[in-house]
Design a protein around this ligand. Structure first.
Ligand code: MV4
Length: 501
């Protein structure tokens, strides 16, 4: 067993910094790589060494796997942490890292391959009797056969790309007549987005909740679950607010989902940190959707409620240590929320608002954590994700975590760009959010820009600015609210509720 002494972080922004913090606590040296756009970035300043690897566009820097591996070898690095996005779920990259004699801090390339394709992921899970959304067992090859299957399942159905992600290549089909045209659209979108036109059919769950389970596995086959994250509050497949635990999951459901997640991880011999995604229907029946083979953006809420440093665990697993705890050692210690603060204007259809952080003051105090990669005076680069920060709170229960989040949002002072802070505050005081009675349609059901409050109403300058803004631009937003039809589950399936596991 080789102790890692130096890690190259193949990422940028808040997650690069997040990873380096854990490395530092473990006495591990860090190397930052950066693009020309990130010369002044905090992850560059924080690292022990920093190397420029190319031009601002990510395909000329953060996605250049070969350059990153060369850099790692030149600087005598032991391991590479890919963070999330970029190369984190690229099986070729993880294989090449290994072949170069370096440690990839993440799962095996084989696990990435199996879980990277939705059909092969479902196939792996099926062997362990994990609940799956009813659908075609494989890719559609024959239209007539697929139509027959769709009728059997019952319309509406969803056509999904096997290589898909972020809703691309996904089409709802209402009836037999439109099946063929919708399928052609799905195939061509999948082909152009992923270079793989394979699609399959599933029963369409109209207003699902998105609940995911964090797992950790070591290289000896021990796997544990670190409970769930509720991620239903999202807008166009981009998560906005995440929390742990979920307000609708009870102890029995938690155990059932957790054990399913562990089985999914077992099905691909998983090691490292991973997330098993489920969709949950209105009857609280859950179905495995896919597995993300990386550290996720929203991992902090799990860290808060378990007191486990997931990055430290990833590093220990990567250097061949067995897990130092068992399932029984894990307890939920409280409640945590995360809001993602984007440089986007919620009053203007969430248009990215890139600029300079003229004022940037983070909230502080008990139970508040800010994971970010910026400080006052910095300009947000146009080349990457417009996320400024993740604001995380922890409290003894959900009520306290929410109150703390609203307090922290009111303390946050960002001037220079529009942000989603006010939008997050809108969600946090909404009755549906407070009651836990919400799903992935929350934003389209309830949000219109006129519902935003100016959150900084103690700040005189902002009051003035808001007044002037109101006078100058008459608000002429006429948003419509989508009516959404919930689908009643017709197939009576075995559920966690009538099983004793
Ligand atoms: C679904 C679904 C309804 N029924 N599958 C969206 C992206 C991909 N991760 C899976 N997704 C969905 N799959 C069936 N059979 C609805 C979604 C979905 C969704 C899922 C999780 C979080 C947000 C979502 C937003 C829209 C649609």
């Amino acid at each position: 067993m080789k102790k890692i002494q130096k890690i190259l972080v193949a990422n940028r922004g808040e997650i690069a910094l997040r990873i380096m913090r854990s490395a530092k606590e473990m006495g591990i040296k860090t190397v930052a790589v950066f693009s020309e756009a990130d010369r002044q970035a905090l992850h560059v300043q924080y690292a022990d060494e920093a190397i420029c690897i190319g031009l601002p566009p990510s395909n000329q820097s953060y996605l250049k796997g070969d350059v990153i591996i060369e850099t790692a070898l030149k600087l005598n690095v032991d391991a590479i942490h890919p963070g999330y996005g970029f190369l984190s779920e690229n099986a070729d990259f993880s294989r090449k890292v290994k072949e170069a004699g370096l440690i990839f801090i993440g799962p095996s390339p084989e696990s990435i391959v199996v879980m990277g394709d939705k059909l092969s992921a479902k196939e792996a899970a099926q062997k362990y009797n994990i609940p799956l959304v009813p659908g075609t067992p494989g890719a559609i090859t024959d239209i007539e056969e697929a139509k027959k299957k769709a009728e059997e399942i019952g319309y509406p159905v969803l056509i999904k790309a096997s290589a898909g992600g972020g809703g691309k290549g996904m089409r709802v089909v209402e009836n037999n007549e439109e099946f063929e045209s919708q399928m052609q659209r799905a195939v061509s979108e999948a082909q152009s987005s992923f270079g793989n036109g394979a699609v399959f059919v599933e029963k369409y769950i109209g207003s699902p909740k998105h609940i995911e389970i964090q797992v950790l596995g070591d290289t000896f086959g021990n796997i544990v679950y670190l409970f769930e994250r509720e991620c239903s509050i999202q807008r166009r497949h981009q998560k906005v607010i995440e929390e742990a635990p979920s307000p609708v999951v009870n102890a029995q459901m938690r155990k059932a989902m957790g054990e399913c997640a562990v089985m999914v991880a077992k099905s691909c011999h998983y090691f490292g940190a991973g997330t098993v995604e489920f969709i949950v229907d209105e009857k609280l029946d859950f179905y495995f959707l896919e597995m993300n083979t990386r550290l996720q953006v929203e991992h902090p809420v799990t860290e808060q409620i378990t007191s486990i440093d997931l990055v430290k665990e990833q590093i220990k697993i990567a250097q061949g240590e067995p897990l130092s705890f068992t399932q029984n050692d894990l307890k939920i210690l409280g409640h945590s929320l995360e809001v993602r603060i984007y440089a986007e204007d919620p009053k203007n259809n969430f248009l990215p608002d890139i600029g300079t952080l003229e004022t940037y003051q983070r909230p502080q105090g008990l139970g508040v954590r800010v994971d970010d990669g910026f400080s006052e005076g910095m300009t947000i680069p146009i080349y990457y994700d417009p996320m400024i920060a993740k604001l995380i709170t922890f409290g003894k229960d959900r009520t306290e975590a929410i109150a703390r989040m609203r307090r922290a949002i009111s303390e946050y002072k960002i001037v220079g760009v529009e942000t989603t802070l006010s939008f997050c505050d809108f969600v946090l005081q909404h009755e549906a959010f407070l009651s836990g009675n919400f799903d992935t349609k929350f934003v389209e059901k309830y949000f219109t820009p006129d519902k935003l409050n100016n959150k900084n109403n103690e700040n005189e300058l902002n009051i003035l600015a808001a007044l002037v803004g109101k006078l100058l631009t008459e608000n002429n937003n006429t948003s419509t609210q989508n009516e959404n039809n919930s689908v009643s589950q017709t197939n009576k399936k075995r559920s966690w509720k009538d099983r004793s596991r």
